[in-house]
Design a protein around this ligand. Structure first.
Ligand code: PRT
Ligand code: ZN
Length: 298
């Protein structure tokens, strides 16, 4: 690794790893892994990635060891609050929310307990791996509860008698159910995020950092977008465009020997469901095709 190469920190082994490596590949990066597997060396771009624990990613970005990083908003927010307590504002710039790693940080109450909602929190003890986010929430909502930090297996804290309730990450909710806990209020909706160092990036690197960031944004947009082609009566164009989710101004092409009908091509920034196609048909559209988009550059 040399100073003029871009370094991006990603999770070494966990829920985000495969998604991150796939995203980098979709940005055109071909890489080889070092023998220790801790670094991925870009072969066709001046971009390398460091494989680390997700908890280390905010610090590596903040200290400018890495120019970019990908990690969950839950981890970023916890670290941001820790830096804020030390007087460090804006330790990293969140550039883009990504389309994976979705989960929520939520309270969970033991089944059958008197605790049902945050209004019952005063005087209680909450176990969590995110003590600063929880404390911040309590403070903002004028609630007076104690927080005990667990680095893992938070869900067993109530049965161990260490806390009355927990605040933990949830995705399907199966872990809560298995531990006889009932999900309550969400205090943070989380998703994987692309972050950048707050330090000015040297000029020789900016071009590639910007290119990589634009490609990541492009890959994200493409995943959520579709290219739609159809035939439609010119008179129904407004109605048809209104039916398409996140559509930009359509390309309208004349159709030979089709009275009053045109071909409409449009990029939709959201997924298109069967019900939308049925509505388009009712509005007079025919020969409707929905195609995936491979690459897109705004
Ligand atoms: O080793 P390292 O420190 O890098 O990894 P880690 O163990 O801290 O993190 P990891 O790999 O478990 O998660 C990485 C990131 O994925 C998290 O920081 C979140 O941003 C995101 N994420 C998405 C999740 C979940 N979904 C999730 N379900 N992180 C954890 N969970 C836990 C949840 O707390 C529960 O205990 O997974 C369990 C199963 O969830 P349910 O609700 O589906 O049962
Ligand atoms: Zn972690």
């Amino acid at each position: 690794m040399t100073q003029d190469r871009i370094k991006i920190a990603v999770q070494k082994s966990g829920r985000l790893t495969e998604h991150c490596l796939e995203l980098l590949q979709q940005c055109g990066l071909k890489y080889s892994r070092g023998r220790d597997q801790l670094i991925g060396y870009g072969e066709n771009m001046p971009v390398d990635f460091l494989l680390v624990r997700d908890d280390d990613i905010p610090g590596l970005v903040r200290d400018d060891v890495c120019d970019l990083g990908i990690c969950g908003l839950n981890v970023l927010e916890e670290k941001r609050l820790a830096y804020a307590r030390k007087g460090v504002e804006e330790p990293f710039k969140v550039l883009q929310k990504l389309d994976y790693g979705h989960c929520r940080l939520a309270f969970a109450y033991p089944e059958g307990s008197d605790l049902k909602s945050v209004s019952d929190l005063n005087g209680q003890t909450i176990a969590t791996s995110y003590p600063r986010i929880v404390e911040d929430y309590l403070q903002k909502n004028n609630l007076n509860a104690s927080v005990v930090e667990f680095s893992g297996a938070v869900e067993i804290a109530p049965s161990l008698g260490r806390a009355e309730l927990i605040c933990d990450l949830v995705s399907t909710g199966a872990t809560l159910t298995a531990n006889r806990l009932v999900e309550g209020e969400t205090i943070l909706e989380s998703v994987a995020c692309l972050v950048q160092t707050p330090v000015d990036i040297p000029e020789e690197k900016t071009e590639w950092v910007n290119r990589l960031v634009e490609r990541i944004k492009g890959v994200q947009e493409v995943r959520g977008s579709k290219y739609i082609m159809m035939h439609a009566p010119r008179s129904a164009l407004t109605e048809i465009t209104d039916l398409l989710p996140g559509a930009e101004s359509p390309t309208v092409l004349p159709l030979e020997e089709a009275d009053g009908k045109v071909a409409v091509h449009v990029v939709c920034r959201e997924n298109v469901f069967w019900s939308t196609l049925e509505d388009l048909k009712k509005a007079g559209a025919s020969s409707i095709l929905v195609l995936p988009i491979e690459k897109m550059l705004a």
